[in-house]
Design a protein around this ligand. Sequence first.
Ligand code: AHG
Ligand code: MN
Ligand code: MN
Length: 342
Amino acid sequence: HAGAAVKSNLAHVVTIERHIMDQERMHPEATGALSNLLYDVGLAAKIINSHVRMAGLADILGSTNVVNVQGEVVQKLDEFAEATMQHALLHTGRVCVLASEEDEQPILIPVGYPSGKYTILYDPRDGSSNIDVNVSIGTIFSIHSRVTPGDGPGSLVDCLQPGRTQVAAGYVLYGSSTMMVYTTGHGVHGFTFDPTIGEFLLSHPDITTPAVGKYYSVNESYFPRWDPKVQALIKRYKGLDDNGGEAKNCRYIGSLVADFHRNLIAGGVFCYPADKKAPTGKLRLLYECAPLAFICEQAGGYASDGTQAILDIVPTELHQRSPLYIGSRDDVRMAERMLSGS
Ligand code: AHG
Ligand code: MN
Ligand code: MN
């Protein structure tokens, strides 16, 4: 009888490794390289998580006085997360080139190491301004198939692909619990880290997001800088205009991954509009907007730059920025209607 109890307990324990294998079986032509790449990301997430959880203890708080390509002061955990991602991804032969928010140029595979058929772009530490105040932060990643021929090192060309061609995308949220959420184009699946066994366990299978959200997320302090159409849109979300729209509740954490995840689960719309100071918005297309847009659409939501789907934007630069309206489908469609003046 005890054996049966153990068997029944274990039956529902699905690790992310097991889930990735199950996803791989949906692709008969799969070689396992994408599965192995996703394992590598999961390992990096566990290592970064172990440091995030100790950030207050180890001497990795505080800034390094180094300014990155974005012109922002690099926090020490940024450096650690960046180093961990490179260490987990550069030498395994799954990718032909990497790109990171923290590096101006694409990161090339070291001489003597094999190149693979994928490329991965990532934001190693999202929500940097929240690190020292113990607020949730995250990691975001986007995976494409290489487009350059052969099996040698890749290049910038392999990085500048529209979001619609992603083969996988995901994020890690270092929150009240640590979660990893990913899609390979067959739905969105969430895993919660169990520190007692050091595994990500399936906790949120087939995540779908409501068509209309109860939250809106935006940095209201920028209101004076916004275009009047953006101001009107936020008023609409507040239920303040005469169209009688249901008033939404406001939640803004300042870490994109945390704001996105709450809205994905509970329903909501996250906005980072263009403004006078940031005419193309602040968030980066390739490793913030596009991976979250892929996940969002897979969950039944939608993501736009205000005029077109994020996934349809063809990138021209590695760190190009985009305005972002992402989350519950009807709320984002509303944004497109109001911003295009239709
Ligand atoms: P990162 O730490 O990778 O630079 O990202 C920070 C981003 C995003 O996480 C968040 O939504 C946004 O910055 C907050 O910007 P504001 O402080 O301008 O609201
Ligand atoms: Mn970020
Ligand atoms: Mn970052």
